[in-house]
Design a protein around this ligand. Sequence first.
Ligand code: GLA
Length: 369
Amino acid sequence: MIDLEKLESEFAELYQHQPQLFKAPGRVNLIGEHTDHDEGFVLPMAIEQNVYVAAGLNPNNSTKRIIRVKSINLNSSAEINLDQAFSKKNNWTDYIEGVARILEQKGFRLNSTDLLINSDIPQGAGVSSSAALEVAVGRALTEINRQPIETTKLALIGQQTEHKFIGVNCGIMDQLTSAIGLEHHAILIDCHTLENQPIPIDFNEVEIVITDSGVKHELASSEYNNRRQDCKDGLKILQQFFPNIEWLHELTYAEFKLYENRLPEPIVRRCRHVITENERTKQAAGFLSKKDYQSFGDLMWQSHESLKNDYEVSCYELDLLVDLARQRTDIVYGSRMFGGGFGGSTVTLVKKNHAAEFREFINENFKRK
Ligand code: GLA
């Protein structure tokens, strides 16, 4: 937990004026993995941990347009001059500068703003600390400069930051979940229209456990873009047989099967994952609404197998965590890796009051292996 009063007083001491506070949460994805870049369905939810931003206009600097920013977590500071050209620093400040520059490209006019950032979202665990940073900073910059922004647009600005300033061609899931996430609800997002539907989770019946494999997802950005390209290549071939489709998820699995032998390896498996995962996600949303956690869990196991064998973004440690969970179906409904892959975390749907027991079981057996 972050001490918000302390954040405010540290801001006042550092910049000599009073801040306003903003926040944005990290996310876990229950199901619908690697479907957002195909503009399919995802079913994520916000987590309790947030990026917090204390922000205020710099009262002493009206001529130059400079963002002063400090990260408490990293104990690092920077100044960004908005009237000078961008130069990539390959560090955390690229996210801040990216958001500010994209806002300006979209017609926002930012004045000198001071930011102090603190976060309790673990980094590198696959729970979208970067997306939360983008959303929290975007929210702070627009509010402080009195140019409020609609949540969907805010999410798109975060996504553009990843594409243009970080070099990851990610989908919209992480930023949109961070921007619209609700307590005690998963959100079914149609990544094509960006329509979203909150689905309540009954925490009297289930608990959700996130398990960090401890493996940093370093391969994630290059392999992420490669997988995305495989899907595009597959789509092109399939469009010869289905000229009216624009996205893979428009095909049912039955339709895909008719022509899958026309696709080369590994493209055929990449496409199969996206198509089956999209079907699973829509089905899973129905099960969640009906509180059918058993059927929901079955789809989680299937999702993991598909990510492991077809999309090939899992790793030994993530598979081990899911295999261990599979040994405890007395208390576990389902478990799977989530996020970009090659490390990060698993999400496990556990029967109510069994999270602690599950955690103990995993701790003991994971370390032993
Ligand atoms: C990362 C990306 C998301 C999404 C997931 C995989 O988290 O940022 O857009 O593609 O991977 O589902």
